[in-house]
Design a protein around this ligand. Sequence first.
Ligand SMILES: NC(=O)c1ccc[n+]([C@@H]2O[C@H](COP(=O)([O-])OP(=O)(O)OC[C@H]3O[C@@H](n4cnc5c(N)ncnc54)[C@H](OP(=O)(O)O)[C@@H]3O)[C@@H](O)[C@H]2O)c1
Length: 285
Amino acid sequence: MNSQTDLRPAVVVIGASGGIGRAIARVAARDGGPVVLTARSIEGLNAAAAEVRDAGGEPFTFALDVLAHDTPAHVSEFLATHGLYCDVLVNSAGYGLRGAAIALPIDDQLGIVDLNIRALTELTLYFLPQMVARKRGGVINLSSVASFTPGPYMALYYASKGFVRSFSQAIHQEVSPSGVTVTCLAPGPVSTEFYATAGATHASMFTLLPKLDAQYVAEHAWRGFRSGRRLIIPGVSARLAVFAARLLPATILLPLIARLQRSGNDPCPCGSGKKYKKCCRAGHK
Ligand SMILES: NC(=O)c1ccc[n+]([C@@H]2O[C@H](COP(=O)([O-])OP(=O)(O)OC[C@H]3O[C@@H](n4cnc5c(N)ncnc54)[C@H](OP(=O)(O)O)[C@@H]3O)[C@@H](O)[C@H]2O)c1
């Protein structure tokens, strides 16, 4: 086992097999140091490792389900075995589900709480004290523009991202005097597997709104994190969406979001028990 002083600083990306996490790993790799890639898919991790190597970094892959028991301790053990410590933690693992909260399976919805909230919080609180003691490094937590409003037909997801933003910004305020940064990254729609996983590829919210490239989001995230930013909202359209969400009264905003996210197969909001497309949308109850 290495002594504390022998350990090298690593960027640890949770949710690195695809999407935004994988893109952040690629960008972080340009600094030339170790990048630890974690997710469940070994295939995705191997592909990410090749990209990190190409970008000039030193990849380490660790296949794990962050919902498993004692994840932070397992990550820590992996790091110590390889002579590394967690200098930067990127919490990008997360998912959403599109659909009426009363119709989606409860366990699947609670999985959002477990992954997007519990696992992210546990990892952050485990590694942050070590960063503060070293007076260096920090955390990038993936929130979303969804954090700025309640989100009918993606209720659990929007609520989870609201938690991430509030938590991340609060602890940034607590730890930033030590030189440690906690950055909340809040993108709008990004072209990744996220919408397919959420069952939202046909929702107007996804089809109508402009989507950013994951690489663009990652470049903004890394630059903003390195300059100590508390909140990053990449792209003009996302910043406009946040501005609108702050400006519009809930009586206008929430029906608008519901409309953008509802599908004809959701239960009709009138409570008839029929599908929306066979009930109120069809003009009869
Ligand atoms: N795409 C968007 O429009 C968008 C916008 C705003 C915010 N976000 C947020 O950005 C983050 C990344 O999303 P994305 O768009 O990159 O989605 P994605 O392409 O679906 O990537 C999700 C990543 O999380 C990993 N993951 C999921 N469950 C896991 C588990 N139990 N244990 C370990 N890893 C797990 C996945 O890997 P495995 O499946 O291999 O485990 C994958 O690497 C999420 O928190 C999402 O909410 C996305």
